[in-house]
Design a protein around this ligand. Structure first.
Ligand code: PAF
Length: 292
């Protein structure tokens, strides 16, 4: 059955009012479209956790820097609708343009201070302010019981957890494991930019994380050799590193080593050609939880 398509803020308000009257439980999956298996895993999990799933499809201009890929960000609205239906979403929110979310005179932004600081936050000024703003708007508009996000954007997930808690938004924020291609590449809408050769070289990110995971299993706990294992793979593939960092899995502060029982996360960002890719895995805590 074709899902209902909401185009305006008024549509969302009407639709959610009906939903509340009927006592439904709502899961929201915010996306920027060009959906892949990673997004579909969020929709399917949403169906397990709620009886109604809404997907938002909005390429959010405020999270792109002036020299980033806003104008060429991949779009496939018809394909996305078909995928939403196949994964079980009942409602799609697809604002007709940026002015639906940011009308003339718009001036309110959300800033998450601490977890936005390092990693992608340091390299993409304003990015998490844009993400935090649009996600806050979506959570306050839809008031979902559950909202689902991929762990591939790990820092984003921590930013969203913080704003949900600090602003008392009350959603259950669910982070879902990164979905990978059979050869290990983390699924991302931006993989569409890669030439076959760049895609082959991009495998260095997941290969490096796997190498670090193997080192940890053998007993290496210091950040330096774990980070070096990822760097070696990036260099061998000729990728330009943006960062490789071992951080506390919750606060995202740098760690000198993986302490037993303390969840840590190893994050990498690198360029294959001109395409910036990110990936990460859990190290420590549950030692095997971040299997790549
Ligand atoms: O992860 C994304 O696709 C976006 O950053 C999000 C969370 C939909 C906000 O625009």
């Amino acid at each position: 059955m074709a899902p209902a398509v909401l185009k305006t803020v008024a549509d969302v308000k009407d639709w959610t009012a009906g939903l509340r009257r009927e006592g439904h439980r709502l899961a929201l999956v915010p996306t920027m479209g060009f959906l892949h298996e990673g997004h579909l895993s969020l929709i399917r999990e949403g169906r397990r956790r709620a009886d109604v799933v809404a997907v938002s499809i909005f390429v959010n201009p405020t999270q792109f820097g002036p020299r980033e890929d806003l104008s060429r960000y991949p779009r496939d609205y018809e394909g996305d609708v078909a995928k939403c239906i196949s994964a079980g979403a009942q409602v799609i929110f697809a604002p007709a343009g940026p002015e639906v979310m940011y009308p003339q005179g718009y001036q309110t932004y959300v800033e998450v201070t601490d977890v936005s600081q390092g990693l992608c936050g340091a390299r993409r000024p304003g990015h998490f302010r844009g993400v935090a703003t649009v996600v806050t708007k979506l959570l306050t508009l839809f008031r979902p019981e559950v909202a689902l996000f991929g762990e591939k954007d790990y820092q984003q997930l921590q930013v969203i957890r913080a704003l949900n808690q600090d602003l008392h938004l009350g959603a259950d924020i669910v982070g879902m494991p990164t979905v990978r291609e059979p050869d290990g590449l983390a699924m991302s809408s931006r993989n569409a930019y890669l030439s076959p050769e760049e895609r082959q070289r991009a495998l260095a990110l997941s290969r490096g994380l796997k190498a670090a995971q193997a080192l940890l299993r053998e007993g290496t706990r210091e950040s330096e050799p774990l980070v070096a294992a990822v760097r070696r793979e990036l260099e061998a593939a000729g990728l330009r590193e943006d960062y490789v960092e071992l951080v506390d899995a919750e606060r995202l502060t740098p760690l000198a080593s993986v302490a037993p029982g303390q969840p840590a996360r190893l994050l990498v960002a690198a360029f294959s050609g001109t395409t910036r890719l990110i990936d990460n895995m859990q190290l420590g805590g549950e030692e095997n939880a971040g299997r790549v």
